[in-house]
Design a protein around this ligand. Structure first.
Ligand SMILES: Nc1ncnc2c1ncn2[C@@H]1O[C@H](COP(=O)(O)OP(=O)(O)OP(=O)(O)O)[C@@H](O)[C@H]1O
Ligand SMILES: [Mg+2]
Length: 359
């Protein structure tokens, strides 16, 4: 039986089956929100009794072969349809079980889908396809739910045959159709605090698996060091997600992660490492109109005046919002010639100049 058919899921089945709903957020039995077309809306009266939510949580975690208890009150897992679930119960969740379901939709699976959704322009898509072929190291930056994983998956699917890709995630969710690919998933510590296998452990191990590229679902801490090292040691063309609100913030977060690793390296050395390893940062944002956009495609430049420069090649210029609340603005190319221009020319010839020419 599919999870969605389990009796405990009846109260939210209509939300799970509604293709327009992309996320379901249950904040205890009294309050349920969904994301519909990029906007958060409350759904009234989903549960008539708190026990319905307890049953729902039981059904979800048992189907995933997991458990939650007062000692281990949080769990992350996937449903059998690929949807990603996070569950938090008491004592950490205060108003009853909090359940967040990121539905697995096939709505956005290609560059064409991204262009249709208004996330980028076809010219930007063509540039990014070149960037993958030219083996640039790319960071996907943005806030929660802005579309980072989705874009990474679409770019990764440009990787051609003849490559061997190692994919490292906390919870496997990337939607990939790469022929030669090894997928690794980290493991949390058990209730006694033992047996954890971190992203850093997997990254170190992956270097011995002869990958030609490494993809990391998200870098948050110690594994940043292994990632940057991999990017500069023959695994160029690697990609990783990082939570940050702007390209400059992404660099700052990376600096902080590398500094807190305790290697006693001075900031300038860390900055030089970032500048030589990361080529591109894609900034993802959901603007007030609910549309997910790649607001900046930035080159990571040299270190100048004690800062790693991030220079936009493409950016979204927002002029304001119209009466219907839609963003009024446009994507522009800045006309900048990036440091990796020659690498792009090797794969795309003169076409690169047209892709990068100023609007
Ligand atoms: N460009 C897009 N246009 C419209 N919807 C999108 C776009 N990209 C992703 N989505 C949808 O938005 C939701 C979030 O996408 P995704 O998981 O890629 O975000 P994320 O930034 O990786 O989130 P998180 O921070 O939680 O990891 C998904 O339901 C996905 O289908
Ligand atoms: Mg993600």
């Amino acid at each position: 039986m599919r999870v969605i058919d389990k009796p405990g899921l009846a109260p939210i089945r209509h939300l799970l089956e509604d293709a327009a709903v992309t996320e379901i957020m249950i904040n205890g039995p009294q309050q349920v929100f969904v994301e519909r077309a990029g906007q958060m809306v409350e759904v009234p009266a989903v549960f008539t009794h708190p026990s319905q939510l307890d049953l729902l949580v039981d059904n979800l975690v048992v189907a995933a072969g997991r458990g939650v208890s007062a000692r281990a009150p949080m769990a992350d897992f996937r449903m059998d349809d690929g949807s990603r679930v996070n569950v938090c119960i008491a004592p950490v969740s205060l108003q009853g079980p909090a359940v967040t379901i990121r539905k697995f939709t096939h709505a956005v699976r290609s560059f064409n889908d991204l262009v249709r959704a208004g996330t980028l322009t076809m010219r930007m898509a063509e540039f990014l396809a070149c960037a993958v072929r030219a083996r640039l190291n790319i960071l996907f930056s943005g806030g929660t739910g802005t579309g980072k994983t989705t874009t990474l998956g679409i770019l990764a699917n440009q990787i051609t045959r003849g490559e061997r890709v190692v994919v490292i995630e906390d919870t496997a969710e990337l939607d990939l159709s790469i022929g030669h690919c090894v997928r690794l998933e980290s493991r949390r510590a058990n209730n006694e605090g033992a047996g954890a296998i971190t992203l850093g452990d997997l990254l170190r191990n992956s270097l011995r698996m002869r990958p030609t590229r490494i993809l990391v679902g998200e870098i948050r801490g110690d594994e940043a060091f292994e990632m940057v090292h991999a990017m500069t040691s023959g695994h160029d063309g690697s990609m990783a997600v990082l939570h940050a609100s702007s390209p400059a913030h992404a660099v700052a977060r990376l600096e902080l992660m590398l500094l807190s690793r305790g290697l006693a390296l001075p900031l300038w050395a860390i900055q030089r490492q970032i500048s030589t390893s990361v080529d591109l940062i894609l900034q993802h944002e959901i603007l007030q109109d609910g549309v997910r956009r790649i607001t900046h495609v930035c080159e990571v430049g040299e270190v100048e005046d004690g800062q790693v420069r991030t220079e936009p090649l493409f950016e979204y210029r927002l002029a304001g919002y119209d009466a219907a609340g839609r963003a009024v603005g446009r994507f522009v190319a800045t006309g900048r010639r990036p440091r990796f221009h020659e690498k792009l020319r090797l794969v795309a010839g003169d076409a690169v100049d047209a892709l990068l020419a100023a609007d």
